[in-house]
Design a protein around this ligand. Structure first.
Ligand SMILES: Cc1cc2nc3c(=O)[nH]c(=O)nc-3n(C[C@H](O)[C@H](O)[C@H](O)COP(=O)(O)O)c2cc1C
Length: 192
């Protein structure tokens, strides 16, 4: 698919079937993340792919814990694919997706957030091209800030000075693909 068409077709999906990604699919999506641009070519991001459904569920619940409705940065998100902002009954920050990639970066490196989101964007575009549904998920820094979360980081051998910056959740869409919101106008300028 033409890359611009692919970008236009990518949607954030929050309704998933239980069908798991294959190991090969996860590997290809992570490879796309590893090939993202990085500050100074430093390739500092560490990517952990989770294909174990009960573990994805557990991290999704940990991700929801710091969600504070009184401190929302945005309003309504989507009617077709309600987010935790739209639907107060949702308690899983990963929306039942069977798989996810956690992107870690050095806590004190000023571009580690930018690096992580470049990797995340590469991964959601790769997933779209493969017919796999995805969504970028925030609250990453707080997600592992519990004893349960820290145990996982030790198991995965995440360096002590690294912190989670973003997640990409992955799976297969349950239902119809949502429509794209129209683009807000007046946000660009071309100086010829
Ligand atoms: C920085 C960033 C953080 C986001 N965090 C979340 C999140 O925590 N939960 C969620 O459901 N969607 C999250 N999203 C997805 C956006 O809600 C989504 O991109 C937006 O509603 C536009 O929809 P679209 O991606 O289908 O075009 C995030 C997107 C970005 C870029």
């Amino acid at each position: 698919m033409d890359i611009l068409e692919l970008m236009k077709n990518r949607r954030s999906i929050r309704k998933y079937t239980a069908v798991q990604l294959t190991h090969e699919e996860m590997e290809k999506i992570i490879t796309a993340g590893l090939y993202a641009p990085s500050a100074g070519g430093g390739q500092r991001s560490m990517l952990v792919g989770i294909r174990r459904e009960h573990l994805t569920r557990k991290i999704g619940r940990l991700n929801f814990l710091p969600f504070d409705r009184s401190k929302l940065l945005g309003g309504h998100v989507s009617e077709e694919q309600p987010s935790v902002i739209d639907d107060p009954t949702i308690r899983d920050g990963f929306y039942g997706a069977p798989a996810a990639v956690a992107v870690f970066g050095p806590r004190d490196f000023p571009f580690s957030i930018a690096d992580a989101f470049c990797a995340a964007e590469n991964m959601v575009l790769m997933a779209t091209e493969m017919g796999i549904a995805s969504c970028i998920i925030s609250r990453a820094e707080e997600t592992f800030a519990t004893e349960e979360g820290e145990t996982l980081l030790r198991e995965w051998k995440v360096p002590g000075n690294y912190i989670c910056r973003v997640f990409v959740i992955l799976g297969h869409i349950d239902g119809a693909c949502p429509h794209a919101k129209p683009r807000k106008t007046g946000r660009c300028l071309i100086i010829d």
